[in-house]
Design a protein around this ligand. Sequence first.
Ligand code: GLV
Ligand code: MN
Ligand code: MN
Length: 414
Amino acid sequence: MTTQTSAHTVMQRCDILGGFSEEPDCLTRPFASRAMRQANEAVAGWMRAAGMTVQQDKLGNLIGRYEAHSIGTKTLLLGSHLDTVRNAGKYDGPLGVMVALACIERLHACQQRLPFAIEVLGFADEEGLRYQRAYLGSKAVTGTFDREMLGLIDAKGITMAEAIRAFGGDPDSLPSARWQPDELLGYCEVHIEQGPVLEALDLAVGVVSAIAGQNRISVCFTGEAGHTGTVPMALRRDALCAAAEFVLSVEALARSVPGLVATVGQMAVQPGVSNVIAAQVTLSLDVRHRDDTQREQACRQLEGRAHAIGLTRSVALNWQRLQGRRVVACAPQLSGLLAQAIQETAHPLHTLPSGAGHDAAILADLTEVAMLFVRCRGGISHHPAEAVSTEDVEVAITVLERFLHLLCEREGHP
Ligand code: GLV
Ligand code: MN
Ligand code: MN
Protein backbone atom coordinates (compact mmCIF):
# COMPACT_ATOMS: atom_id res chain seq x y z
CA MET A 1 0.00 0.00 0.00
CA THR A 2 1.57 3.28 -1.02
CA THR A 3 1.67 6.22 1.34
CA GLN A 4 -0.71 8.20 -0.82
CA THR A 5 -3.23 5.37 -0.99
CA SER A 6 -3.60 5.30 2.77
CA ALA A 7 -4.69 8.93 3.08
CA HIS A 8 -7.17 8.41 0.25
CA THR A 9 -8.41 5.28 1.95
CA VAL A 10 -8.90 7.18 5.20
CA MET A 11 -10.93 9.81 3.33
CA GLN A 12 -13.02 7.14 1.58
CA ARG A 13 -13.66 5.37 4.85
CA CYS A 14 -14.76 8.60 6.54
CA ASP A 15 -17.19 9.00 3.62
CA ILE A 16 -18.50 5.48 4.12
CA LEU A 17 -18.93 5.98 7.87
CA GLY A 18 -20.61 9.31 7.13
CA GLY A 19 -23.37 7.32 5.40
CA PHE A 20 -24.28 5.42 8.58
CA SER A 21 -26.88 7.69 10.13
CA GLU A 22 -30.15 7.51 12.02
CA GLU A 23 -31.51 10.37 9.93
CA PRO A 24 -31.88 10.20 6.15
CA ASP A 25 -30.79 13.73 5.29
CA CYS A 26 -27.94 14.29 7.70
CA LEU A 27 -25.34 12.47 9.77
CA THR A 28 -26.58 11.59 13.25
CA ARG A 29 -25.03 8.53 14.86
CA PRO A 30 -25.95 8.21 18.53
CA PHE A 31 -24.74 5.69 21.06
CA ALA A 32 -25.93 2.09 20.61
CA SER A 33 -27.99 2.86 17.51
CA ARG A 34 -28.48 0.91 14.30
CA ALA A 35 -26.16 3.37 12.56
CA MET A 36 -23.53 2.76 15.23
CA ARG A 37 -23.83 -0.99 14.66
CA GLN A 38 -23.23 -0.44 10.93
CA ALA A 39 -20.18 1.70 11.72
CA ASN A 40 -18.78 -0.89 14.12
CA GLU A 41 -19.27 -3.67 11.56
CA ALA A 42 -17.50 -1.73 8.83
CA VAL A 43 -14.58 -0.73 11.05
CA ALA A 44 -14.29 -4.26 12.46
CA GLY A 45 -13.93 -5.59 8.91
CA TRP A 46 -11.15 -3.12 8.12
CA MET A 47 -9.44 -3.97 11.41
CA ARG A 48 -9.50 -7.71 10.69
CA ALA A 49 -8.09 -7.13 7.23
CA ALA A 50 -5.25 -5.23 8.90
CA GLY A 51 -4.26 -8.26 10.97
CA MET A 52 -6.06 -7.25 14.15
CA THR A 53 -8.22 -9.31 16.46
CA VAL A 54 -11.49 -7.50 17.08
CA GLN A 55 -13.99 -7.42 19.91
CA GLN A 56 -16.88 -5.23 20.99
CA ASP A 57 -16.75 -4.68 24.74
CA LYS A 58 -19.69 -4.83 27.17
CA LEU A 59 -20.62 -1.21 26.51
CA GLY A 60 -20.27 -1.33 22.72
CA ASN A 61 -16.76 0.07 22.23
CA LEU A 62 -14.97 -1.46 19.27
CA ILE A 63 -11.47 -2.70 20.07
CA GLY A 64 -8.94 -3.93 17.51
CA ARG A 65 -5.68 -5.42 18.79
CA TYR A 66 -2.45 -5.69 16.85
CA GLU A 67 -0.14 -8.01 18.76
CA ALA A 68 3.46 -7.23 19.61
CA HIS A 69 6.31 -9.38 18.33
CA SER A 70 6.48 -11.07 21.72
CA ILE A 71 3.96 -11.70 24.47
CA GLY A 72 3.92 -10.06 27.88
CA THR A 73 4.69 -6.63 26.51
CA LYS A 74 2.93 -3.35 27.18
CA THR A 75 0.11 -1.93 25.08
CA LEU A 76 -0.26 1.42 23.38
CA LEU A 77 -3.81 2.70 22.93
CA LEU A 78 -4.83 4.70 19.85
CA GLY A 79 -8.22 5.80 18.56
CA SER A 80 -11.13 8.16 19.04
CA HIS A 81 -14.94 7.96 18.96
CA LEU A 82 -17.35 6.64 16.34
CA ASP A 83 -20.54 8.39 17.54
CA THR A 84 -21.54 11.84 16.35
CA VAL A 85 -23.61 14.85 17.31
CA ARG A 86 -26.88 15.56 15.44
CA ASN A 87 -26.35 16.85 11.88
CA ALA A 88 -22.63 16.17 12.24
CA GLY A 89 -19.56 16.33 10.05
CA LYS A 90 -17.73 13.19 8.95
CA TYR A 91 -14.41 13.66 10.72
CA ASP A 92 -14.99 14.51 14.38
CA GLY A 93 -14.06 11.16 15.92
CA PRO A 94 -13.87 8.73 12.97
CA LEU A 95 -10.78 10.45 11.54
CA GLY A 96 -8.73 9.50 14.61
CA VAL A 97 -9.81 5.85 14.35
CA MET A 98 -9.11 5.74 10.61
CA VAL A 99 -5.65 7.34 10.88
CA ALA A 100 -4.67 4.87 13.61
CA LEU A 101 -5.96 2.02 11.46
CA ALA A 102 -3.96 3.29 8.47
CA CYS A 103 -0.77 3.06 10.56
CA ILE A 104 -1.59 -0.52 11.54
CA GLU A 105 -2.25 -1.36 7.89
CA ARG A 106 1.19 -0.09 6.96
CA LEU A 107 2.78 -2.23 9.68
CA HIS A 108 0.75 -5.24 8.60
CA ALA A 109 1.59 -4.72 4.93
CA CYS A 110 5.27 -5.21 5.69
CA GLN A 111 4.64 -7.91 8.30
CA GLN A 112 6.10 -5.67 10.98
CA ARG A 113 5.42 -6.29 14.66
CA LEU A 114 6.48 -3.82 17.32
CA PRO A 115 7.90 -4.38 20.81
CA PHE A 116 4.48 -3.38 22.18
CA ALA A 117 0.92 -4.29 21.25
CA ILE A 118 -1.38 -1.62 19.85
CA GLU A 119 -5.10 -1.41 20.47
CA VAL A 120 -7.21 0.85 18.29
CA LEU A 121 -10.33 1.95 20.17
CA GLY A 122 -13.51 3.12 18.49
CA PHE A 123 -15.40 4.61 21.42
CA ALA A 124 -19.15 4.04 21.39
CA ASP A 125 -20.07 7.42 22.86
CA GLU A 126 -18.11 10.60 23.33
CA GLU A 127 -20.65 13.25 22.39
CA GLY A 128 -23.38 12.31 24.85
CA LEU A 129 -26.10 12.88 22.26
CA ARG A 130 -28.47 10.11 23.30
CA TYR A 131 -28.34 10.34 27.11
CA GLN A 132 -26.92 13.83 27.64
CA ARG A 133 -23.89 12.27 29.32
CA ALA A 134 -20.62 12.40 27.40
CA TYR A 135 -17.69 9.96 27.34
CA LEU A 136 -19.67 6.78 28.08
CA GLY A 137 -17.20 4.75 26.01
CA SER A 138 -13.96 5.98 27.51
CA LYS A 139 -15.43 5.84 31.02
CA ALA A 140 -16.19 2.15 30.52
CA VAL A 141 -12.59 1.57 29.40
CA THR A 142 -11.10 3.43 32.37
CA GLY A 143 -13.49 1.86 34.88
CA THR A 144 -14.95 5.26 35.83
CA PHE A 145 -18.43 4.60 34.40
CA ASP A 146 -21.07 5.59 36.93
CA ARG A 147 -23.60 2.74 37.04
CA GLU A 148 -26.36 5.15 38.08
CA MET A 149 -26.36 6.36 34.46
CA LEU A 150 -27.79 3.00 33.36
CA GLY A 151 -31.25 4.12 34.49
CA LEU A 152 -31.27 7.30 32.36
CA ILE A 153 -33.83 7.36 29.56
CA ASP A 154 -33.45 8.65 26.02
CA ALA A 155 -36.02 10.70 24.09
CA LYS A 156 -38.02 7.51 23.35
CA GLY A 157 -38.03 6.34 26.98
CA ILE A 158 -35.42 3.61 26.44
CA THR A 159 -33.11 3.19 29.41
CA MET A 160 -29.38 3.17 28.87
CA ALA A 161 -29.25 -0.39 30.21
CA GLU A 162 -31.84 -1.50 27.62
CA ALA A 163 -29.97 0.27 24.84
CA ILE A 164 -26.69 -1.42 25.80
CA ARG A 165 -28.38 -4.84 25.86
CA ALA A 166 -30.06 -4.29 22.50
CA PHE A 167 -26.65 -3.37 21.11
CA GLY A 168 -25.20 -6.70 22.25
CA GLY A 169 -23.55 -5.38 25.39
CA ASP A 170 -24.05 -6.28 29.01
CA PRO A 171 -24.79 -3.45 31.45
CA ASP A 172 -24.52 -5.85 34.39
CA SER A 173 -20.90 -6.64 33.75
CA LEU A 174 -19.44 -3.37 32.59
CA PRO A 175 -15.80 -3.77 33.40
CA SER A 176 -13.87 -2.15 36.11
CA ALA A 177 -10.77 -0.84 34.34
CA ARG A 178 -9.48 -3.51 32.01
CA TRP A 179 -5.97 -2.16 32.32
CA GLN A 180 -3.52 -1.51 35.10
CA PRO A 181 -1.62 1.70 34.39
CA ASP A 182 1.72 -0.15 34.28
CA GLU A 183 0.44 -2.35 31.43
CA LEU A 184 0.01 0.66 29.18
CA LEU A 185 2.42 2.92 27.31
CA GLY A 186 -0.22 5.60 26.94
CA TYR A 187 -3.05 6.76 24.70
CA CYS A 188 -2.57 8.88 21.60
CA GLU A 189 -5.56 10.40 19.80
CA VAL A 190 -5.61 12.06 16.39
CA HIS A 191 -8.52 14.50 15.99
CA ILE A 192 -9.54 17.41 13.84
CA GLU A 193 -8.75 20.70 15.53
CA GLN A 194 -12.37 21.94 15.44
CA GLY A 195 -11.00 25.48 15.55
CA PRO A 196 -9.25 27.92 13.21
CA VAL A 197 -5.73 28.12 14.68
CA LEU A 198 -3.82 25.66 12.48
CA GLU A 199 -5.46 27.03 9.35
CA ALA A 200 -4.49 30.58 10.30
CA LEU A 201 -0.89 29.43 10.80
CA ASP A 202 -0.96 27.38 7.58
CA LEU A 203 -0.04 24.19 9.45
CA ALA A 204 -1.29 20.68 8.75
CA VAL A 205 -0.99 19.40 12.31
CA GLY A 206 -0.30 20.52 15.87
CA VAL A 207 0.35 18.99 19.28
CA VAL A 208 -2.27 19.50 21.97
CA SER A 209 -1.04 20.90 25.28
CA ALA A 210 -4.20 20.52 27.38
CA ILE A 211 -7.92 19.81 27.08
CA ALA A 212 -10.27 22.41 28.56
CA GLY A 213 -12.53 21.48 31.47
CA GLN A 214 -16.27 21.50 30.93
CA ASN A 215 -19.48 21.36 32.93
CA ARG A 216 -22.82 20.26 31.56
CA ILE A 217 -25.84 21.44 33.52
CA SER A 218 -29.56 20.95 33.06
CA VAL A 219 -31.55 24.07 34.00
CA CYS A 220 -35.31 23.91 34.41
CA PHE A 221 -37.61 26.90 34.93
CA THR A 222 -41.18 26.06 36.03
CA GLY A 223 -43.85 28.75 35.88
CA GLU A 224 -47.54 28.43 35.11
CA ALA A 225 -49.42 27.79 31.89
CA GLY A 226 -52.25 30.16 31.05
CA HIS A 227 -54.30 31.65 28.25
CA THR A 228 -52.24 34.09 26.14
CA GLY A 229 -55.29 36.25 25.53
CA THR A 230 -56.58 36.58 29.05
CA VAL A 231 -53.74 36.54 31.60
CA PRO A 232 -52.42 40.11 32.02
CA MET A 233 -48.69 40.56 31.52
CA ALA A 234 -48.09 41.59 35.14
CA LEU A 235 -49.70 38.39 36.46
CA ARG A 236 -47.82 35.89 34.34
CA ARG A 237 -45.26 33.33 35.49
CA ASP A 238 -43.79 32.71 32.05
CA ALA A 239 -41.05 30.07 32.11
CA LEU A 240 -39.89 30.91 28.59
CA CYS A 241 -39.33 34.57 29.44
CA ALA A 242 -37.26 33.47 32.45
CA ALA A 243 -35.27 31.11 30.24
CA ALA A 244 -34.74 33.79 27.59
CA GLU A 245 -33.43 36.22 30.20
CA PHE A 246 -31.12 33.53 31.51
CA VAL A 247 -29.76 32.67 28.05
CA LEU A 248 -28.74 36.29 27.51
CA SER A 249 -27.12 36.35 30.97
CA VAL A 250 -25.06 33.33 29.97
CA GLU A 251 -23.87 35.10 26.86
CA ALA A 252 -23.14 38.32 28.74
CA LEU A 253 -21.03 36.58 31.38
CA ALA A 254 -19.07 34.56 28.83
CA ARG A 255 -18.35 37.70 26.84
CA SER A 256 -17.07 39.47 29.94
CA VAL A 257 -14.69 36.76 31.24
CA PRO A 258 -11.61 36.14 29.07
CA GLY A 259 -11.33 32.51 28.02
CA LEU A 260 -14.81 31.57 29.20
CA VAL A 261 -17.20 29.95 26.72
CA ALA A 262 -20.75 29.19 27.80
CA THR A 263 -23.57 27.95 25.62
CA VAL A 264 -27.25 27.09 25.75
CA GLY A 265 -27.66 24.68 22.84
CA GLN A 266 -30.91 22.97 23.66
CA MET A 267 -34.27 24.10 24.95
CA ALA A 268 -37.53 22.22 25.49
CA VAL A 269 -40.67 24.29 25.99
CA GLN A 270 -43.82 22.87 27.61
CA PRO A 271 -46.54 22.75 26.52
CA GLY A 272 -45.06 24.43 23.43
CA VAL A 273 -48.28 25.89 22.05
CA SER A 274 -48.61 29.32 20.46
CA ASN A 275 -51.62 30.42 22.54
CA VAL A 276 -50.45 29.00 25.88
CA ILE A 277 -48.00 30.73 28.24
CA ALA A 278 -44.98 28.47 28.66
CA ALA A 279 -45.23 26.46 31.88
CA GLN A 280 -41.85 24.83 31.85
CA VAL A 281 -38.57 25.23 30.01
CA THR A 282 -35.64 22.86 30.31
CA LEU A 283 -32.37 24.00 28.79
CA SER A 284 -28.84 22.73 28.51
CA LEU A 285 -25.89 24.75 29.73
CA ASP A 286 -22.33 23.97 28.62
CA VAL A 287 -19.56 25.92 30.38
CA ARG A 288 -15.85 25.64 29.54
CA HIS A 289 -12.60 27.31 30.52
CA ARG A 290 -8.92 26.46 30.51
CA ASP A 291 -8.84 27.26 34.20
CA ASP A 292 -10.88 25.05 36.54
CA THR A 293 -11.37 27.76 39.17
CA GLN A 294 -12.72 30.20 36.60
CA ARG A 295 -15.07 27.56 35.19
CA GLU A 296 -16.48 26.68 38.60
CA GLN A 297 -16.79 30.33 39.54
CA ALA A 298 -18.69 31.06 36.33
CA CYS A 299 -21.08 28.19 37.08
CA ARG A 300 -21.73 29.53 40.58
CA GLN A 301 -22.39 33.00 39.16
CA LEU A 302 -24.80 31.64 36.57
CA GLU A 303 -26.66 29.58 39.16
CA GLY A 304 -27.04 32.71 41.28
CA ARG A 305 -28.30 34.60 38.25
CA ALA A 306 -30.84 31.87 37.43
CA HIS A 307 -32.14 31.97 41.02
CA ALA A 308 -32.48 35.75 40.87
CA ILE A 309 -34.40 35.58 37.58
CA GLY A 310 -36.68 32.90 39.01
CA LEU A 311 -37.34 34.95 42.14
CA THR A 312 -38.21 38.11 40.23
CA ARG A 313 -40.57 36.24 37.94
CA SER A 314 -42.05 33.84 40.53
CA VAL A 315 -40.72 30.96 38.50
CA ALA A 316 -39.19 27.93 40.21
CA LEU A 317 -35.68 26.82 39.33
CA ASN A 318 -34.15 23.37 39.22
CA TRP A 319 -30.38 23.37 38.64
CA GLN A 320 -28.89 19.95 37.99
CA ARG A 321 -25.20 19.49 37.35
CA LEU A 322 -24.93 16.56 34.93
CA GLN A 323 -21.19 16.39 34.64
CA GLY A 324 -18.00 18.26 35.30
CA ARG A 325 -14.55 17.58 33.91
CA ARG A 326 -11.36 19.23 35.05
CA VAL A 327 -8.72 20.59 32.67
CA VAL A 328 -6.46 17.76 31.57
CA ALA A 329 -2.84 18.42 30.68
CA CYS A 330 -1.39 16.18 28.00
CA ALA A 331 1.62 14.14 29.15
CA PRO A 332 4.94 15.92 28.47
CA GLN A 333 6.89 12.80 27.47
CA LEU A 334 4.37 11.32 25.09
CA SER A 335 3.58 14.76 23.64
CA GLY A 336 7.33 15.33 23.28
CA LEU A 337 7.52 12.25 21.05
CA LEU A 338 4.68 13.61 18.91
CA ALA A 339 6.50 16.94 18.67
CA GLN A 340 9.70 15.16 17.67
CA ALA A 341 7.78 13.14 15.08
CA ILE A 342 6.41 16.36 13.56
CA GLN A 343 9.84 17.94 13.36
CA GLU A 344 11.52 14.81 11.99
CA THR A 345 8.94 14.64 9.22
CA ALA A 346 9.86 18.21 8.25
CA HIS A 347 6.82 20.04 9.54
CA PRO A 348 6.87 23.11 11.78
CA LEU A 349 5.91 22.44 15.37
CA HIS A 350 3.02 24.24 16.97
CA THR A 351 1.42 23.44 20.32
CA LEU A 352 -2.14 24.49 21.10
CA PRO A 353 -4.81 23.84 23.74
CA SER A 354 -8.11 22.13 22.97
CA GLY A 355 -11.36 23.89 23.78
CA ALA A 356 -13.30 20.76 22.80
CA GLY A 357 -13.58 17.70 25.00
CA HIS A 358 -11.98 14.44 23.91
CA ASP A 359 -11.78 10.80 24.97
CA ALA A 360 -8.16 11.55 25.88
CA ALA A 361 -9.41 13.65 28.82
CA ILE A 362 -10.97 10.52 30.32
CA LEU A 363 -8.12 8.18 29.38
CA ALA A 364 -5.86 10.52 31.37
CA ASP A 365 -7.40 8.96 34.51
CA LEU A 366 -5.67 5.75 33.52
CA THR A 367 -2.55 6.52 31.51
CA GLU A 368 -0.45 9.21 29.84
CA VAL A 369 -2.24 10.89 26.96
CA ALA A 370 -1.14 12.84 23.89
CA MET A 371 -3.14 14.34 21.03
CA LEU A 372 -2.38 15.34 17.48
CA PHE A 373 -4.69 17.92 15.91
CA VAL A 374 -5.31 18.03 12.17
CA ARG A 375 -6.25 21.30 10.44
CA CYS A 376 -9.91 21.53 9.46
CA ARG A 377 -11.35 23.93 6.92
CA GLY A 378 -12.54 27.20 8.40
CA GLY A 379 -12.28 25.70 11.88
CA ILE A 380 -15.81 24.38 11.29
CA SER A 381 -16.97 21.39 13.30
CA HIS A 382 -20.16 19.85 14.72
CA HIS A 383 -21.52 20.83 11.33
CA PRO A 384 -21.91 18.98 8.01
CA ALA A 385 -19.40 21.35 6.40
CA GLU A 386 -16.58 19.89 8.50
CA ALA A 387 -13.66 19.20 6.11
CA VAL A 388 -10.04 18.06 6.12
CA SER A 389 -7.67 17.69 3.17
CA THR A 390 -6.17 14.41 1.96
CA GLU A 391 -2.73 16.04 2.16
CA ASP A 392 -3.18 16.90 5.83
CA VAL A 393 -4.46 13.41 6.58
CA GLU A 394 -1.32 12.10 4.92
CA VAL A 395 0.77 14.26 7.25
CA ALA A 396 -1.15 12.94 10.26
CA ILE A 397 -0.53 9.32 9.21
CA THR A 398 3.17 9.96 8.65
CA VAL A 399 3.53 11.73 12.00
CA LEU A 400 1.72 8.95 13.85
CA GLU A 401 3.90 6.35 12.11
CA ARG A 402 7.00 8.27 13.12
CA PHE A 403 5.64 8.54 16.67
CA LEU A 404 5.32 4.74 16.79
CA HIS A 405 8.88 4.41 15.58
CA LEU A 406 10.14 6.82 18.26
CA LEU A 407 8.21 4.91 20.89
CA CYS A 408 9.93 1.71 19.71
CA GLU A 409 13.30 3.42 20.15
CA ARG A 410 12.32 4.66 23.59
CA GLU A 411 11.33 1.15 24.58
CA GLY A 412 14.82 0.00 23.53
CA HIS A 413 14.03 -1.49 20.13
CA PRO A 414 15.33 0.65 17.26
C1 GLV B 1 -17.28 17.14 22.20
O1 GLV B 1 -17.20 17.30 20.99
C2 GLV B 1 -17.36 18.27 23.07
O2 GLV B 1 -16.36 18.98 23.23
O3 GLV B 1 -18.46 18.54 23.57
MN1 MN C 1 -17.54 16.37 18.88
MN1 MN D 1 -14.62 14.44 18.90
